[in-house]
Design a protein around this ligand. Structure first.
Ligand code: FAD
Length: 424
């Protein structure tokens, strides 16, 4: 006898989707979740000072060829804005050390930006040893761009999402297209609805998965659980940290694939101001800074909710992810010096700040998604996703064809659930 036929590790998008799929097909399932909440990298909070904040995923992206997310949002009445926030260059302003780019300069910058994915891939194929940053530098130099504008191009090429362009090979770049519909209600609403009738054990940290015998034993900080199949949705950073022991150990190809991945880089810093001093119709303010391009250079003006219109948020990303170790106060000072470069010395100090620290959180240890380093390839993601005995691997980083997004995580949950259904 086993406690459950399938145990799923992690109650993020992948785990919740897998559990929902299996339970609706009469499989006995339990989800073990380390945190005292569900959602993983989907985490919407409500603070007295700032109202609703999406600490993790916010946008509905259309990457890859399989699409289920929009239909799910519609089915569960999760509202999203119908207008693509990133599609139009009119929604972005770029500031160099000489001030705001003129209309003509911005138009050219945006045209270069739109062609970047194609050109990065082209350079990557011709020169496979180049990183994305090196490829973008070549493109920027061709246009006679200054060092700071090149840094801004690198940020916008890939690093505003999760990648570190210094270590990601141009040859593996699978393209970022400007798209994104802001999910106004927050993805958390979808996760709550999908998890409504599921058996989820929170505060249950998986420490060891032993599949020596036919019955799999999972040791946790609470009590052991037994099952016939496991779906692990442990994030890449958590797998890399080896805080969960696999018995027998993970095969060499998986270990090598893990070593060749960067677990991602992206923190959000929200600042609330006493009043709005920026143009309300501009979506993104990008500062072209010659150094530390990942430290609070891109700023978003998102209408998070109706009560919280005077909030801007920025990112720590790419090679500057270590800034997440700085105190809130130090980050606030940095933010204000960046903003004053763009908007002048007269702007007010913020009345409130919120900083995410996904990269330091024991149950994420990374960013939105992982990507190959110079030694690696996109295929490493599929290697992570291969089953190992009766342990299946879901999560955003387990397929080279569905990558990067909440949708990729949901699809991976369905993929692994189907793998198990076909074995029974
Ligand atoms: C700042 C940020 C912004 C993002 N923006 C977007 C966006 O706009 N659009 C988009 O599509 N995607 C976005 N993403 C990416 C998206 O949120 C994630 O890729 C997706 O939610 C990952 O889902 P997952 O189930 O694979 O992993 P996770 O959500 O990380 O779930 C894994 C679960 O495993 C649990 N866990 C970890 N260790 C253990 C353990 N030892 N025992 C038990 N449980 C454990 C974790 O607590 C977690 O709940 C963003 C992510 C971040 C961080």
């Amino acid at each position: 006898m086993v406690d459950f036929e399938v145990i799923i590790i992690g109650a993020g998008a992948a785990g919740i989707m897998a559990a929902n799929f299996l339970q609706s097909r009469d499989v006995s399932v339990c989800v073990l979740e380390a945190r005292d909440r569900i959602g993983g990298r989907i985490h919407d909070i409500h603070t007295k000072q700032m109202g609703h904040l999406h600490l993790g995923a916010s946008w509905l992206h259309h990457k890859g060829n399989k699409h289920i997310l929009k239909a799910l949002l519609d089915q569960y009445h999760v509202a999203y804005l119908k207008e693509d926030a990133l599609e139009s260059s009119d929604k972005m302003e770029i500031y160099s050390e000489h001030g705001k780019l003129s209309g003509k300069e911005k138009k050219l910058f945006t045209e270069v930006l739109i062609r970047l994915p194609k050109n990065i891939r082209k350079i990557g194929q011709q020169q496979p040893t180049l990183s994305i940053a090196e490829a973008v530098r070549l493109i920027g130099e061709k246009h006679g761009y200054s060092q700071s504008l090149i840094q801004a191009l690198i940020t916008r090429s890939s690093e505003h999402c999760s990648q570190n362009a210094d270590v990601m090979p141009a040859r593996e770049f699978d393209g970022w297209e400007p798209n994104g519909l802001f999910v106004k209600d927050g993805f958390g609403k979808l996760i709550r609805k999908l998890s409504r009738h599921l058996n989820i054990e929170q505060n249950t940290i998986v420490q060891r998965i032993d599949q020596t015998d036919e019955i799999i034993v999972i040791e946790t900080n609470q009590k052991p659980f037994t099952c016939r199949y496991v779906i692990s949705t442990l994030p890449t950073g958590v797998l890399q940290s080896e805080q969960v022991t696999f018995v027998p150990p993970l095969p060499t190809n998986k270990k090598v694939a893990l070593e060749q991945l960067d677990s991602g880089n992206h923190e959000k810093i929200f600042l609330k101001f006493p009043h709005v001093f920026w143009d309300k119709d501009t979506e993104i303010f990008q500062l072209a800074a010659p150094n530390n391009r990942g430290a609070c250079t891109q700023w978003h003006n998102v209408l998070l909710n109706t009560e919280a219109q005077n909030i801007l948020y920025t990112n720590i990303s790419g090679p500057d992810i270590s800034y997440a170790r700085k105190s809130d106060l130090a980050l606030q000072d940095l933010c204000m010096s960046r903003l004053r470069q763009m908007f002048g010395d007269q702007i007010p100090d913020p009345i409130s700040i919120y900083v995410t620290r996904w990269s330091l959180d024991q149950f994420t240890l990374g960013g939105p998604y992982a990507h190959p380093t110079m030694k690696g390839k996109m295929g490493d993601l599929s290697t992570i996703g291969e089953p190992f005995g009766h342990i299946h691997f879901a999560g955003v980083d387990t397929s080279e064809s569905e990558t990067e997004t909440v949708e990729a995580a949901l699809l991976s949950g369905i993929r692994t659930a189907n793998q198990i259904l076909s074995k029974r």
